[in-house]
Design a protein around this ligand. Structure first.
Ligand SMILES: [Mg+2]
Ligand SMILES: [Zn+2]
Length: 210
């Protein structure tokens, strides 16, 4: 049977969102992220980071710098005994300063390309997998990829995302039978650890529309 995974956004979800992080020294990993990844791995799910890094397109840092940052990130999780299975990033932007990254790609979230590429490479069953992120684009990407559920965390830009969600999308009565809109998370968690705990509960029950 194919593996299931939890896809994690990077900035504001597992590390502090410091704008366009261009220096490995500035990387601050949330302690809750280390615990969350441990929990997820304990039940045999894979952990894959999927991150938009348009700072590359904007010429704010090089791929070398991004790889240095990701080496430190991988090392930190490895050191904790809970390695990340993979990190996928989108370097593109439609109006990039740097020509090689200027395109309308299928991998910049809310597009699902990063999740699909990871699923193909790692043999992941998306229908049994989950997305966690602090922005609506994370939630939409998770749903477009066909994940079972997407969880919004209130770290990073998550508090703004959650309040925007309440204003734009008043809670809808489930009994109407309408399909959930792509940008509506199945759950809102205070942080990634609570999100992981919700997922471990949720994976034990089939979805209503399964
Ligand atoms: Mg984010
Ligand atoms: Zn892309």
């Amino acid at each position: 049977m194919a593996e299931s995974a939890v896809f994690l956004d990077r900035d504001g979800t597992i590390v502090e969102d410091s704008g366009y992080l261009d220096d490995p020294e500035g990387l601050v990993i949330y302690g809750e992220a280390l615990d969350a990844v441990q929990l997820i791995r304990e039940v045999g799910m894979k952990v894959v980071v999927v991150t938009n890094q348009s700072g590359l397109a904007r010429g704010l840092f090089s791929e070398k710098t991004l790889h240095d940052i990701h080496d430190i990130l991988r090392e930190a999780f490895l050191h904790q005994g809970s390695p990340l299975d993979a990190i996928y990033f989108c370097p593109h932007h439609p109006r990039a300063e740097v020509a090689q990254y200027r395109r309308h790609c299928n991998c910049r979230k809310p597009e699902p390309g990063l999740l699909r590429r990871a699923a193909e490479a790692l043999g992941i069953d998306l229908a049994r997998s989950y997305m966690i992120g602090d922005k609506m684009s994370d939630i939409v990407a998770g749903h477009r990829a066909g994940c079972k559920a997407a969880v919004l965390v209130k770290t990073g830009q998550g508090t703004q995302s959650a309040s925007r969600l309440e204003k734009l999308n008043p809670p809808r009565n489930d009994s109407t039978g309408n399909r959930r809109p792509l940008d509506r998370p199945e759950h809102v968690a205070s942080d990634i650890l609570q999100a992981a705990q919700w997922i471990l509960e949720d994976r034990r029950v089939p979805r209503e529309d399964d």
